[in-house]
Design a protein around this ligand. Structure first.
Ligand SMILES: Cc1cc2nc3c(=O)[nH]c(=O)nc-3n(C[C@H](O)[C@H](O)[C@H](O)COP(=O)(O)O)c2cc1C
Length: 324
C-alpha cells in the first residue's frame, strides 16, 4: 500500500501544474553598477552545521518502490554532479519492510561522499529515527509534519498530539542535526515557536506554491471532497515573513514552489539559510532535461551580480518590496 502510494505521489506530482507561487510578489532592488565580476561571486553556504558549495538542496521525495529506486539513482547522480545535499523520501516503508531499504540505500551507493538527509514522520520512535539514519548513513535527519496532507488522505493519520513529544525525544537522542519540515503547507510563527521549545534548531518552512499534497491526495481519494482546501496553508513567502523573528534564534530553510533561480535568491534575501527544491528537480530528471539544472545553478551567480552581492551571507542586505 505504502509502496504504491510512493509511485502515485510521483505520478500526480508530475501531472500537477496549476499551482503558482507568490514569489512574483517580491521585488528585489536592481543595481546597475556592479562591484564584482561574475568570477568574484561565491555561492558558498552554511546550513545544517555544514559548509556547502551551493545554497540549494534536493528536498525529500522518493524511495520505497522499484520505480522510485530508479528515480533516487537519477537524483543522486545529479546531486553528485553539483555537490548538492540530498534528502530521501519518507523511509517508513523500509523501516517496516527491509526489502525496500535498497531503494533508499542506492543514494548512498551512487553518492558515497554526499551530504544525505534521512526522512521520517513524527510518529517515528527514537529507534526508528536511528534506523532511518543508519540505513543511508545520513548526515542529517528530516522529520516531516503534515497534518493537512494526512487529514485529506483517505488512509492518513488521525492522531497528532504525540508528535511534539516524539520530535523532542528524537532531537535529544540522535547525533546528527534534525530538520523539521512541512510538505507544502508552511510552518507558522506559532508552530516554529513550539518547535523551538522542543529543542529544534533547524526548520524548513516548506510552504504552499509548488507541489500541493491536498490536490494530490484529493486526486488519489475515492471521495474527492477537498477541492476547497487546495489553498490551505502559508505560502513560502508568507511563512518566511511570519518567521522573521525566529531567524535570530534558529536556522530557517525555505522550500515550496521554487522553480527559478530568482525564487532561490528571493528566499535567501528574506532570510532563509538554504533552499530546498523537489518538484522542479523531479520534472527535470524525469525528462532527462539536466541542462535546465546546469543553467539554474549558473544563473544564481548572475543574479548575485544584479543585486550587487558577492557572497550569500550578504544577501540579507538586499532591499526589497512586496506587492499585494
Ligand atoms: C513526489 C514527491 C514526494 C514527496 N515525498 C515526501 C516525503 O516522503 N517526505 C517529505 O518530508 N516530503 C515529501 N515531499 C515534499 C517535498 O519535500 C517538499 O516539501 C514539497 O514538495 C514542496 O516543495 P516543491 O514545491 O519544490 O515540490 C514530496 C514531494 C514530492 C514532489
Amino acid at each position: 500500500m505504502r509502496s504504491k502510494r510512493k509511485d502515485e505521489h510521483v505520478e500526480y506530482a508530475l501531472k500537477q501544474d496549476k499551482f503558482v507561487s507568490d514569489f512574483n510578489r517580491v521585488h528585489l532592488v536592481h543595481q546597475a553598477l556592479p562591484s564584482y565580476d561574475l568570477e568574484d561571486v561565491s555561492l558558498k553556504s552554511h546550513y545544517l552545521n555544514h559548509d556547502f558549495a551551493l545554497p540549494i538542496y534536493i528536498n525529500a521525495m522518493t524511495g520505497g518502490s522499484d520505480k522510485t529506486l530508479e528515480i533516487n539513482k537519477k537524483l543522486a547522480k545529479m546531486a553528485q554532479k553539483h555537490q548538492l545535499a540530498m534528502a530521501v523520501g519518507s523511509q517508513h516503508v523500509a523501516l517496516d519492510d527491509p526489502k525496500y531499504e535498497a531503494s533508499f540505500r542506492v543514494v548512498r551507493d551512487v553518492y558515497p561522499e554526499g551530504f544525505l538527509i534521512s526522512n521520517v514522520n513524527a510518529n517515528a520512535t527514537v529507534e526508528e529515527a536511528q534506523r532511518a539514519i543508519a540505513m543511508i548513513d545520513a548526515n542529517a535527519l528530516q522529520i516531516h509534519i503534515n497534518p493537512a496532507q494526512e487529514l485529506s488522505m483517505d488512509e492518513g493519520d488521525r492522531h497528532f498530539k504525540h508528535w511534539a513529544q516524539h520530535i523532542k525525544a528524537i532531537v535529544e537522542s540522535v547525533s546528527v542535526p534534525v530538520l523539521i519540515k512541512e510538505v507544502g503547507n508552511g510552518l507558522s510563527f506559532e508552530t516554529v515557536e513550539k518547535l523551538i521549545s522542543l529543542g529544534v534548531e533547524h526548520v524548513d518552512v516548506s510552504g504552499r506554491g509548488g507541489t500541493n499534497f491536498i490536490w494530490i491526495e484529493n486526486a488519489r481519494s475515492q471521495f474527492k471532497r477537498y477541492d476547497y482546501l487546495e489553498n490551505w496553508g502559508l505560502s513560502t513567502i508568507e511563512a518566511l515573513l511570519d518567521n522573521q523573528e525566529h531567524m535570530k534564534s534558529i536556522e530557517i530553510i525555505a522550500s515550496g514552489g521554487i522553480k527559478t533561480p530568482l525564487d532561490v535568491i528571493k528566499a535567501l534575501v528574506l532570510g532563509a539559510k538554504a533552499v530546498g527544491i523537489s518538484g522542479f528537480f523531479l520534472k527535470a530528471v524525469m525528462d532527462d532535461n539536466l541542462i535546465v539544472i546546469d543553467h539554474f545553478i549558473e544563473d544564481l551567480r548572475k543574479l548575485m551580480i544584479l543585486v550587487d552581492v558577492q557572497k550569500i551571507s550578504d544577501l540579507s542586505t538586499v532591499r526589497y518590496t512586496i506587492s499585494r
